[in-house]
Design a protein around this ligand. Structure first.
Ligand SMILES: [Zn+2]
Length: 284
């Protein structure tokens, strides 16, 4: 199937009270693991690229892989640019064929976040590209974006309503207490904020910092309106552990394709488990 944007998949997910998994890829092997895991479960899926990954490989190379992987898949696949602060890179990705982008101007004052997010919507919508925007500050490290704990703040529900009314994003990422990276303690999720924001903005919510949340936390967040769940750190671990683990177990065998295959299986297994947990299986 040709690549599609997030609009139909997220509105269907929000109505059906499940979430579409959005997985951050690193290379062709991880992209293939995401698409094949979704294909195996007949689930819609979002392949995400961080700004850093786009810069590393180049937008045209990544889009070549994604177009080819999606073309042979029977499930809807969206390609989404995760947390991007750089309007020039957003424009480049839209030009290259990304079907969805995230503008993260959450570190800016409210009015600036509003106007930058609106500019991205104006840039994207005529091209049929969906937009995710963020309000509040999600703690942790997401590639080049570092937010210290003392600088984190939760989204304000009243501001969220104003923000969504003025920006009209296709997907909204309010900071609700989740974090990027590995959780140090039990995450404190502000369910009351999530519930209020989802009900009043009526925009599908993206749950960031998915790695390390318990099954119950996922289920509760999805029931309250999270229609997109981001998984990044878990894939980074599977990428390295799948590779190193195979080599450690077969340390005299220097057969790169076997190592890459083991890495692929490790990533695909985790991705498939998440798709099932989020309720996306059979929804394609
Ligand atoms: Zn995030």
């Amino acid at each position: 199937m040709p690549l599609e944007n997030m609009k139909a998949m997220l509105s269907k997910a929000a109505a059906g009270k499940y979430a579409v998994g959005a997985f951050n890829i690193l290379d062709y092997n991880s992209a293939k693991a995401v698409v094949q895991a979704a294909e195996g479960l007949l689930a819609p899926v979002i392949v995400q690229t961080s700004a850093k990954t786009v810069t590393f490989w180049g937008s045209r190379t990544l889009m070549g892989w994604m177009t080819e992987l999606a073309a042979s898949a029977r499930v809807p696949v969206a390609v989404h640019l995760d947390h991007c602060k750089d309007l020039a890179l957003i424009e480049e990705c839209i030009e290259a064929g990304w079907t969805s982008v995230m503008i993260d101007a959450s570190a800016r004052p409210f009015e600036e976040n509003l106007s930058l997010s609106r500019r991205v919507v104006e840039m994207a919508r005529p091209r049929d590209v969906t937009v995710e925007a963020e309000l509040g500050a999600i703690v942790g490290v997401e590639d080049d974006i570092h937010v210290k704990e003392q600088d984190s703040h939760l989204a304000d529900p009243a501001q969220a309503v104003e923000f969504c009314a003025k920006v009209r994003p296709d997907c909204f990422a309010p900071a609700i207490g989740t974090a990027h990276g590995i959780y140090k303690g039990e995450p404190k999720i502000a369910y009351h904020i999530l519930e209020k924001v989802a009900a009043t903005t009526r925009v599908p919510i993206a749950l960031h910092g998915g790695t390390g949340l318990s099954d119950d936390v996922f289920k509760r967040c999805i029931a309250l309106g999270c229609a997109k769940v981001n998984i990044s750190t878990q894939i980074k671990y599977a990428f390295i552990d799948g590779f190193v683990g195979y080599h450690n177990a077969h340390n005299t065998q220097y057969d790169p394709l076997k190592v890459i295959q083991a890495q692929f299986e490790e990533m695909k297994k985790g991705i498939a488990a998440n798709i099932q947990l989020f309720g996306g299986a059979g929804q394609a």
